[in-house]
Structure formats: structure tokens, C-alpha cells
Design a binder for this molecule. Structure first.
Ligand code: 13P
Ligand code: SF4
Length: 338
């Protein structure tokens, strides 16, 4: 039981972190009652919570220990002393944490935290691609299953893809980039490479980012002079051509911090806009947002449930043989991103 004083202290802690009633779907006291129980259980069970920036603010600010994009969360979770990692993100992110921390228990508190990119390709698809293009290095976006990572030479995230691909192109004329066709085309353009010739692509797409409409950006620009428009690298090229900055969520946060635009239009998942408003209370944001149904399948209640009742269906496991091969390509990313 949380005492009256304990609850009041938790409400004050949440308010001090920047959480306000108008960025929550329910009263702060209700959020505090849940976060207080979760935080107490985390201590009792020696657990940490990794929270991706697309999670809701009550999760990020209420119970998150590590907060960030997919690269930062993989890096932060490496070598944690905690026995349990509760991964509030999608399944492939939990798998990456498990591969990097084989001795820890990793739970994703939702059975529905998939990802359309991760589900667009299987290990056998990659083996077929390799057979069709023998000898080419396989670069895999982190949004893939452990089995697909095990077939790759190097993993990238949106935070380091350009840097790593540049290094790989110094030694290779061509390479295979999977599975995001839009991100692949955007990167190929940045690097002056031709998709299909110097960069072999797969047909995967993010269901959230592929549906944004470039026409809407022109309307916002007309109505809000001085607007800086930022889009995630998973958006189609027509969107990227219409924006001022393309990058991953971590890059977008750094861009906002370093600039002073009259306003920012964020072309990405809604959680990012909520986070930006809390992190930069003096700046103005318009979120041209879409919800990721997979990310949003996690709630404070499901986190509490995973801690109170950790069970096989929520636990992330990776067969050791797959994990050891996937780990090599993830380690390659850390080496080349450094
Ligand atoms: P980030 O690495 O930029 O957080 O992207 C992960 C993701 O799934 C975006 O849709
Ligand atoms: Fe996957 Fe897109 Fe959701 Fe990111 S936003 S987890 S890429 S479906």
C-alpha cells in the first residue's frame, strides 16, 4: 500500500519532472498511484525500465530509467547491473537488450509490440538476397528480428546509419540495406548512391511514417512562417524533400535543442511531440503526428502487471546460437558508430 504522504511525494516528483495534467490522459494523482507502485517494485526486484521516446509521457517521466532512441537504449542497457530489464518499446528493441545482456531477464510488457518493418523480412529472405548478390555486405536496420540480425554483417539505427554506410562504402562499391525501402532511398540520396545498383533494397516500410502527406507540410509552412520542419528518416522521399531536417528521434531532439525556430513541425510518431513539449517548455511545437499501435500497446498498467506477474509470454528469449551471431553484427555497429 502507498501511504497518503507517499502518494503526495510522488505527485510532487512527477510535477517537478515537467508532467502536467494537460499532457496526460488522466489526473496526475491516478498516474502517481501507479508510478509509485511500479517504482517500489523496481527497487524490490532490482529492475530497470528502458523507455523509447514514442512511449507516453507518464511512462517516460514516471518510471523510465533509460530514455531515448533505439541506439541510446541499446547502449544504455549494455552491462546494466539490474537483474530485470522492462523494455517499454517494441519487441525487436527488447531482443537487442537481451542479446546484449544474456544474463538478465528482459520483459516487453505487451504481447502486441511488433513492428511493421521488423515483420517485413525473415532470415530466409535475407539468405535468398545473399544468394542473389553473393559477397555483398548486409547492413540491417535495427528494426528487425534477432534471426535477421544474425544474417547481417552490421546493424545500423537512424542515429548512425549515414556514418556507418559512409565507412562501409569506402571498402565496398555495393551493399545490401534492409528492410526499410524509404530509409534506404533517403540514405542513398544523401550518399550519392543509386538504389537498386549500389544499394540493394528490400520492400519494408513503417506503417506510421509511410502515411504522412507532403502536401500538408506546405499548408503548415504557409500558415506558420519561420517553422522548422523535422521528419524521421523512415518517411518517404517526397516528405524528406519537403523538410528542413531528416534524422532519427535522438537527432531531432538535438536539432531542436540547438536551434531557435519560431516553431517546429514534427513529422513522426505522436509520443515524440509530447516529449518535446515537456522537454522544451519554451518552444512551440506542431505535431503532424500518427500513433504507432505497437508502441502504444504498452501502458503503466501493463508495466505494473509485468513486474507483479512476470511470465513466459512477456519474456524475451533469443536462442543462444542466433544471439551470438546477431551480437556480432550489433557489436560491429557500436564499433563503427564510435
Ligand atoms: P529511433 O531509433 O529514431 O528511435 O527510431 C526507432 C523507430 O522505430 C522509429 O519508428
Ligand atoms: Fe515500427 Fe514504425 Fe512503430 Fe517504429 S513507428 S516501431 S518503425 S511500426
Amino acid at each position: 500500500m502507498i501511504t497518503e504522504t507517499g502518494l503526495q511525494e510522488e505527485i510532487e516528483r512527477l510535477a517537478a519532472s515537467g508532467l502536467r495534467e494537460n499532457c496526460l490522459a488522466r489526473p496526475l494523482a491516478k498516474v502517481a498511484a501507479l508510478t509509485a507502485r511500479i517504482n517500489r517494485l523496481k527497487k524490490e526486484k532490482n529492475a530497470v525500465v528502458c523507455a523509447h521516446v514514442y512511449q507516453t509521457p507518464d511512462i517516460i517521466y514516471g518510471v523510465g530509467d533509460f530514455i531515448g532512441d533505439s541506439y541510446k537504449l541499446a547502449d544504455d542497457s549494455r552491462g546494466t547491473a539490474a537483474e530485470i530489464i522492462i523494455f517499454c518499446g517494441v519487441r525487436f528493441m527488447g531482443e537487442t537488450a537481451k542479446i546484449l545482456n544474456p544474463g538478465r531477464k528482459v520483459y516487453v510488457p505487451s504481447g502486441n509490440a511488433g513492428c511493421s518493418l521488423s515483420e517485413s523480412i525473415t532470415a530466409s529472405d535475407v539468405r535468398e538476397l545473399k544468394a542473389r548478390h553473393p559477397g555483398l555486405p548486409v547492413v540491417t536496420y535495427i528494426n528487425t528480428s534477432a534471426e535477421v540480425k544474425a544474417e547481417a554483417d552490421c546493424i545500423v539505427t537512424s542515429a548512425n546509419a549515414e556514418k556507418i554506410l559512409k565507412k562501409l562504402y569506402q571498402k565496398n562499391e555495393k551493399l545490401i540495406f534492409i528492410p526499410d525501402r524509404y530509409m534506404g532511398a533517403n540514405l542513398a540520396k544523401e550518399l550519392g548512391k543509386t538504389p537498386g545498383r549500389e544499394m540493394i533494397l528490400w520492400q519494408g516500410a513503417c506503417v506510421v511514417h509511410e502515411k504522412f502527406d507532403a502536401g500538408g507540410i506546405a499548408v503548415y509552412r504557409r500558415n506558420y512562417p519561420g517553422l522548422a520542419v523535422l521528419a524521421h528518416a523512415e518517411c518517404p522521399s517526397a516528405i524528406i524533400d519537403a523538410v528542413d531536417f531528416m534524422g532519427g528521434t535522438g537527432d531531432m531532439l538535438r536539432y531542436i535543442e540547438a536551434t531557435n525556430a519560431a516553431g517546429y513541425l514534427l513529422v513522426t510518431e505522436c509520443g515524440f511531440g509530447e516529449l518535446a513539449r515537456i522537454r522544451f517548455p519554451k518552444k512551440n511545437f506542431i505535431a503532424m503526428c500518427r500513433l504507432c499501435p505497437y508502441m502504444k500497446s504498452i501502458t503503466l498498467e501493463s508495466i505494473l502487471d509485468a513486474l507483479e506477474n512476470p511470465r513466459a509470454e512477456l519474456e524475451v528469449t533469443v536462442p543462444p546460437e542466433v544471439a551470438s551471431r546477431a551480437r556480432k553484427s550489433i557489436e560491429k555497429m557500436f564499433e563503427l558508430a564510435a
